[in-house]
Design a protein around this ligand. Sequence first.
Ligand code: ZN
Length: 146
Amino acid sequence: MHDDLYQEILLDHYRHPRNKRPLPHIPESRAHENPTCGDSVKLEVKLHDGVIEEVAFDGKGCAIDTASASIMTELLKGKTVEEALALAEKVIRMIRGEDPTPFEEFGDLVVFSGLSAYPVRVKCATLPWHALLDEISKLRSDIPSR
Ligand code: ZN
C-alpha cells in the first residue's frame, strides 16, 4: 500500500476538484444524495454525437465523494455513452470489492483501492457514479432515437 501517496492524491481532488462549478440550471430535484454521510451531487453531462464532451458537477460532499466525482469527470471525457455506462458499472463493482480489476488501470481512481473494507465510505465513493448512470438514462429518454 502507498497510503500516504493515495491520501495526497485524494486530498488534491478534494481541495481542487476538477470540473466542479455551480450548475444553477440543474434543479435540486436532480441532485443525488447519500444520507448516511450527507453527500449531495448534481451532474451536467454534455454529449456531442453520442460522445461525452464534458461532465461537470456541483454539490457538497465529504473528501471521498468529492474526489470520486472529480476523478470521474476526468475519466469520462471523450468516452461514448456506452463506454461511460460500462465504466460506471465496473467502477461501482470495483469500489464494492466485487471486481478484481486493479484500480491502477484507471488513473487516480487508485485512491479507492482497499475502500471496500469500509462500507460506509463505499457509498460516498459510488454516489457520483450512480448519479452518472441515472443522468445518462435521463438524457437517453430526452433524446429521440435516431
Ligand atoms: Zn461521504
